[in-house]
Design a protein around this ligand. Structure first.
Ligand SMILES: NC(=O)c1ccc[n+]([C@@H]2O[C@H](COP(=O)([O-])OP(=O)(O)OC[C@H]3O[C@@H](n4cnc5c(N)ncnc54)[C@H](O)[C@@H]3O)[C@@H](O)[C@H]2O)c1
Length: 281
């Protein structure tokens, strides 16, 4: 894909949770790299703790493959392991990014847990903490240290938080997920208010159901919980979407690139739906 926003060439971006092929993080990293951005693709690298199924983890190998395929397409990209729950790692990876590429202009808080879905009456405290931890504490930590660097550089910056339709509406069996994504919108607004004077914008993107990444897992869970086949569940979902199809990772990547561009310089504190019209408040 050719560059749409030439002003992005040479900027430096760090994308969290971007190590899985077909994930939203991978699509955003790929799109930013196509715009000439030097991209650091990060992910946890291996499962931590009993709650994390191996299938939900961007492994070191997958992350390396994502970075290699972005380089093969002509982009500048490096992979680094980063557990967003670990303050020390967050600081170290931001320092390594600056050392590698000379600065940091864009942070995309994309890492997320979506697979711990249960009715409130069955959800354990440790499951709740795991979801809130990655989805919210992780975004806070990365925002704090990336913003520290952007403020010191004095050339502004962009922070893009990948929230969800679950930041605007409630979904059954997703109390921790919805609470974390609603919280992310609050974090977005406060970050926008506090950092605006430094020329740093902060916006959230709220995608609806994507059939890849953790969305695939959630769709299967909802279908089962509602006693439907996956096909029947997806058909009903499609029927609720005015534009008639589920979201694609590229839809979120397009919104992300625009939010990072000069065209979006007067847009901050927003929680932008990318949902084919399914969500509109
Ligand atoms: N797929 C959808 O339908 C959908 C819809 C709306 C929002 N989202 C959001 O998009 C983001 C990306 O999700 P995806 O669907 O691309 O799935 P994904 O599984 O590809 O991405 C999530 C990534 O987060 C990583 N991660 C988990 N714990 C981590 C930790 N402690 N530190 C660093 N990384 C960690 C995982 O390894 C994984 O690579 C998530 O925040 C998700 O909530 C997804």
């Amino acid at each position: 894909m050719s560059a749409r926003f030439p002003e992005l060439a040479g900027k430096v971006a760090l994308v969290t949770g971007a190590g899985r092929a077909k994930g939203l993080g991978e699509a955003m990293a790929r799109r930013l790299a196509a715009e000439g951005v030097k991209v650091v693709v990060t992910d946890i690298g291996r499962a931590r703790g009993p709650e994390m199924p191996v299938t939900a983890v961007g492994t070191e190998e997958e992350m390396a493959q994502v970075a290699a395929s972005i380089r093969e397409a002509g982009g500048e990209c490096t992979a680094m392991a980063l557990d967003v729950l670990d303050e020390h790692q967050v600081r170290a990876v931001i320092a390594a990014t600056v050392e590698r590429y000379g600065g940091l202009d864009i942070l995309v808080n994309n890492a997320g847990i979506g697979y711990l879905m249960k009715p409130i009456l069955e959800m354990s405290l440790s499951e709740w903490d795991a979801v809130l931890g990655v989805n919210l504490r992780g975004a806070f930590l990365c925002t704090k240290y990336a913003a520290e660097r952007m403020v010191a550089q004095g050339r502004g910056g962009r922070i893009v938080n990948i929230a969800s339709q679950a930041a605007k509406s409630g979904f059954p069996f997703a109390s921790a997920y919805c609470a974390s994504k609603h919280g992310m919108v609050g974090l977005t607004r406060v970050t926008a208010i506090e950092l605006g004077k430094h020329g740093i914008t902060c916006n959230a993107i709220c995608p609806n159901h994507v059939t890849t990444g953790l969305g695939a897992w959630q769709n299967e869970y909802f279908a089962k919980a509602l006693g439907l086949t996956l096909e029947a569940y997806l058909a009903a979902m499609k029927g609720r979407i005015p534009l008639g199809r589920p979201g694609l990772p590229e839809d979120t990547a397009n919104a992300c690139a625009w939010l990072c561009s000069d065209e979006a310089r007067y847009v901050t504190g927003e929680a932008m739906n990318v949902s084919g019209g399914e969500e509109y408040h």
